[in-house]
Design a protein around this ligand. Structure first.
Ligand code: GTP
Ligand code: MG
Length: 469
């Protein structure tokens, strides 16, 4: 990022009107700027009620000024926060005044390098670069702000406090010790195998692999809580797909009528089950295009197939009231074949029988998921089945929010460790190869917390933040 050491300024509060709005400045040597803006010296870490002055020393607004002296601040640099009234115009005037005052301070003496507007996420990026947070914690800041459910917010807070990072750090430490052992052995080739056996290198490696598996299981839960599951409801027209969506959502999201072909376009709704976000998509009923009533329905059916191809789980709804009728069963079989032809794997398919209220209990296939969108029967079991399909396991100690990026790094690390295990099981292990596999596994772990971080990775992560954070 250009000008990484320049001081930066931004409005830190959300756009729009509010009781309070915050302008935040971070950089080195901000004291003279604070003095120019507030007309007085600010005591560090103490709220000072003051006017915020323009060039002519007229008040633009008044509020609280807070000065945090480096390194005791969010970014690790000097930070000045002006808590003003939360109007967009006032806040922009304050930002302009900061830029102007900084330029004036520079003219008086080269105390303050050039102040500029902050890029998205730049405050947190500095906190990371100044070792205030590791990378996974910095990501948790953005995830906490973006959290769409209470469970996601709590889990993000847990990650921000370091619950996720400390598990990764502990693994990385153990891996480092094993690497040291193997690399030390490389220097004494005549005793190498003996030496490793005495230190139980193989046992250590196995224990690390097991711990990595545990961390991966927990991370999967954290990713699920952040990213959720994409569920597409599909089936023939009139089986009650939209009714199932409405019943799960607890509101009339989609239009329901007895007319086959009611739903024409995809309807998306985010539901929460035990805090796990489910992105549920209702689709137009599937039937042969020549049976479709018009062009709109034909396009709707195409869109249904597109949605099905992108789904994590397909809820295939069948109508108990019509099961057993030859034409209906034949059409369902055709859908199953088409799903296979479209490459939807069996494990992604969940069959649910609807309209259980309309038939005798013995008409429901035993062991199958039977519901009634109308009476609510079986819906809890359906919710539970969706969670199970997602791989959700509520953890008593709580889940730390995680990202797909973390899971991928763990998977890479696990793959290197598997190669290392294979190497170690050779009768005559090639120790240099073993050392290299362990080094790669260690580096993959380091990417998670940012101990090993490529610049483009940092750019991608911080650019998704909001400005002022
Ligand atoms: N008895 C009974 N009727 C239901 C149930 N669920 C839906 N229906 C009725 O079935 C008809 C079709 O329901 P929809 O939810 O519109 O069905 P759909 O699958 O979305 O239909 P399309 O959008 O046309 O593909 C409506 O008359 C509903 O009232 C149920 O559980 N029991
Ligand atoms: Mg419908």
């Amino acid at each position: 990022m250009p000008g990484d050491l320049d001081p930066i300024v931004a409005v830190a509060t959300a756009p729009g009107r509010g009781a309070v709005g915050i302008v935040r400045v971070s950089g080195r040597g901000l004291r003279p700027l604070a003095q120019a803006l507030c007309g007085r010296l600010l005591e560090a870490r103490r709220a000072t009620y003051t006017a915020f002055l323009d060039e002519q020393r007229q008040a633009i607004d008044q509020g609280l000024a807070l000065f945090f002296e480096a390194p005791h601040s969010y970014t690790g640099e000097d930070v000045l926060e002006l808590q003003a009234h939360g109007g967009p115009v006032v806040l922009q005037m304050l930002v302009q005044r900061c830029l102007q005052a900084a330029a004036a301070v520079v003219e008086q003496g080269p105390v303050l390098p050039h102040l500029r507007l902050a890029e998205p996420g730049e405050f947190t990026r500095r906190a990371f670069l100044n070792d205030k947070l590791d990378l996974a914690q910095a990501e948790a800041v953005a995830d906490l702000i973006d959290a769409g459910t209470q469970a996601a917010a709590r889990s993000a807070a847990r990650s921000l406090q370091g619950a996720f990072s400390s598990g990764i750090d502990e693994l990385a430490q153990r891996l480092l010790r094993l690497r040291t052992l193997v690399e030390a052995t490389l220097d004494f080739p005549e005793e190498e195998i003996d030496f490793l056996q005495k230190a139980d290198a193989q046992g250590q490696l196995e224990a690390i692999v097991q711990s990595l598996q545990d961390v991966m299981d927990q991370t999967r839960q954290g990713v699920l809580l952040r990213e959720g599951l994409r569920v597409v409801i599909a089936g023939q027209p009139n089986v009650g797909k939209s009714s199932v969506l409405n019943a799960l959502a607890g509101q009339a999201v989609a239009i329901v009528t007895p007319v086959a072909g009611t739903t024409r376009d995809r309807i998306e709704q985010v539901l929460q089950i035990q805090g796990v976000p489910l992105h549920v998509v209702d689709t137009a009923g599937l039937r042969h295009t020549e049976q479709a009533s018009d062009e709109v329905e034909r396009i709707g059916i195409q869109r249904s197939w597109e949605a099905i191809r992108g789904a994590d789980a397909v809820l295939f709804v069948r109508d108990l009231a019509r099961c057993g009728q030859a034409a209906y069963d034949e059409a369902d079989r055709a859908i199953v074949q088409a799903l296979q032809a479209q490459g939807v794997p069996q494990e992604r398919l969940m069959v649910v029988f609807n309209k259980a209220d309309a038939v005798a209990p013995q008409a429901c296939p035993s062991g199958a998921l039977a519901v009634s969108a109308q009476t609510g029967q079986g819906l809890d079991a359906l919710r539970q089945a969706l969670l199970t399909r997602a791989g959700w396991q509520a953890m008593p100690e709580g889940v730390a929010l995680a990202r797909t990026r973390h899971l991928q790094a763990l998977q890479r690390s696990a793959a290197y460790l598997a190669q290392a295990q294979a190497q170690m099981q050779h009768r005559e292990p090639a120790l240099d190869l073993l050392a290299e596999e362990l080094r790669c596994a260690h580096l993959a772990l380091g990417e998670i917390t940012g101990q090993v971080g490529a610049d483009d990775l940092l750019g991608a992560i911080f650019s998704s933040f909001c400005i002022g954070k």
